[in-house]
Design a protein around this ligand. Sequence first.
Ligand code: THU
Length: 137
Amino acid sequence: MGLGITGPDAPVDWDALRRYAIEVMGRAYAPYSNFKVGVAGLVDDGRVVLGCNVENAAYGVALCAECGMVSALHATGGGRLRAVACVNADGEPLMPCGRCRQLLWENGGPEMQLMTPRGVQTMSEVLPDAFGADDLT
Ligand code: THU
């Protein structure tokens, strides 16, 4: 799966990325919260990786959609996330939770673009002063 978009300067097709997110949102397993989430990430090689939230009767072990997407990123060959669109059940942009912003930071870095309810923002805007791998050195 891909958008055929490669290279760091190629424009991001946000409408297509959002459509992918809406499609995978429909496969979310959220019988406890009834809050379905879908997310699509454009990888730097043009791949698109997807995730949806998967809940559990033990509520606390629910998997956020972004967790599934990051797992798919690595399972399908790795790379860096360039752009991410996360949506709710209405297909509207959804702000990733704090834990998931950390996951996006690790796999996309400060320049990664995120579709938010306030428009496209970078990771450094939505997770300022982030803790990251550089802090471990
Ligand atoms: N959820 C996500 O999938 N991603 C987020 O960034 C926020 C929350 C899910 C977790 C849970 O299944 C449901 O939304 C309600 O919190």
